[in-house]
Design a protein around this ligand. Structure first.
Ligand code: OGA
Ligand code: NI
Length: 356
């Protein structure tokens, strides 16, 4: 199976619809998926917040406490925020600012980067290629960073002029932060420190980013900025919009609206770590709601396995009591699902469950 060369319908930029009095029918979700009418919103709770400075400090008691906090957040939540993570706050602000500027450039310039479903690289306005699908209220930009053979600065916006160098530095720092989290996850799972990194292909991991732009929406109660999904890759580092809430995380039968801490990253477990950990860690469904007053920009950085390696439950975590829960698949094969069908909750990882 492969992705088609072209979108099934002409692409409409959501940015160009923001001044309409009503949203077009193709953005109207069925009643059960609309933000206001489905399960109740859980107020006054937030995902855990962890200070990572203890991971780097020489103090071994503090390091153990930090690892324990990460362990609990991975087991109980699958989603948490981190501060004091080592990435420069100024660089985080610059990264968000250059992308916000990009989305405000004239449409002719952005159209020069229009993407196709073949690689998804560039300026896009839908996930999935099913004709007649109900679409999400967002535009995005998708780019590759690792492996180096896939990175092509010419496919990154040339404007604003600092974008390429800022993105290069930002992604370099996020690769390093992800590597540290992979070590922490491995240790917490009782595996050798380099286990997950090696299972991902060592130096040959994949890293890419989707910058999501959620324009103002005249009827936010009828649609979603991004439909419920779990992230297909390894782990995600999300830089949310500090001023505009929108990300919701599934918790039991409700949704928690994440309240971002200043200069925090939101970390979440992707499907590949769910598979490798044999479901000790689970990817968690999340979605984005939009609003009529403010646009929102977020940067989702994805740390993924080398695309042609088979990913399967770690044999150290498979026991007679807990057999391997998932069958093996390469990430190349795995990610075709979301690329063809679009975001569909957790149906994909569930479909990997070994029959028994
Ligand atoms: C994603 C995602 C959340 C957000 O890009 O996979 O879940 O807040 N984004 O934009
Ligand atoms: Ni996501």
């Amino acid at each position: 199976m492969d992705c088609p060369r072209d979108w099934p319908e002409p692409i409409v930029r959501v940015q160009s619809l923001t001044a309409l009095p009503a949203i077009p029918d193709r953005y109207i979700k069925p009643p059960q998926d609309r933000p206001a009418t489905d399960t109740p919103e859980l107020t006054n709770i937030n995902i855990p917040l962890i200070n990572l400075s203890g991971l780097y400090a020489g103090d071994s008691a503090l390091r153990a406490t930090t690892l324990a906090q990460i362990s609990e957040a991975c087991r109980e939540w699958g989603f948490f925020q981190v501060v004091d993570h080592g990435v420069s706050p100024g660089l985080m602000d610059q990264a968000r600012d250059v992308w916000r500027e990009f989305f405000h450039l004239p449409m002719e310039i952005k159209q020069g980067y229009a993407n196709s479903p073949k690689t998804y690289e560039g300026y896009g306005s839908r996930l999935g290629v099913q004709k007649g699908a109900i679409l999400d209220w967002s535009d995005y930009y998708f780019l590759h960073y690792l492996p180096g053979t896939l990175k092509d600065h010419k496919k990154w916006p040339e404007m604003p002029p600092s974008l390429r160098s800022v993105v290069e530095e930002y992604m370099d720092q996020l690769v390093k932060l992800s590597g540290r989290l992979m070590k922490a996850f491995s240790i917490n799972l009782g595996l050798e420190e380099e286990y997950l990194q090696n299972a991902f292909g060592g130096e040959d991991i994949g890293a890419c980013m989707r910058i999501n732009f959620y324009p103002k929406c005249p009827q936010p109660d009828l649609t979603l900025g991004l439909s419920s999904h779990s992230d297909p890759g390894g782990l995600t580092l999300l830089l949310p919009d500090e001023h505009v809430a929108g990300l919701q995380v599934r918790r039991n039968n409700g949704w928690i609206t994440v309240k971002p801490a200043p200069h925090a990253f939101i970390v979440n477990i992707g499907d590949q770590i769910q598979v490798l950990s044999n479901a000790i860690y689970k990817s968690v469904e999340h979605r984005v709601i939009v609003n009529s007053g403010k646009e929102r920009t977020s940067l989702a950085f994805f740390y993924n396995p080398k695309s042609d390696l088979l990913i399967q439950p770690a044999k150290e975590l498979v026991t007679p009591e807990v057999p391997a829960l998932y069958s093996a698949m390469t990430f190349d094969e795995y990610r075709l699902f979301i690329r063809t069908r679009g975001p569909q909750g957790k149906s994909q990882v569930d479909s990997l469950k070994s029959p028994r």
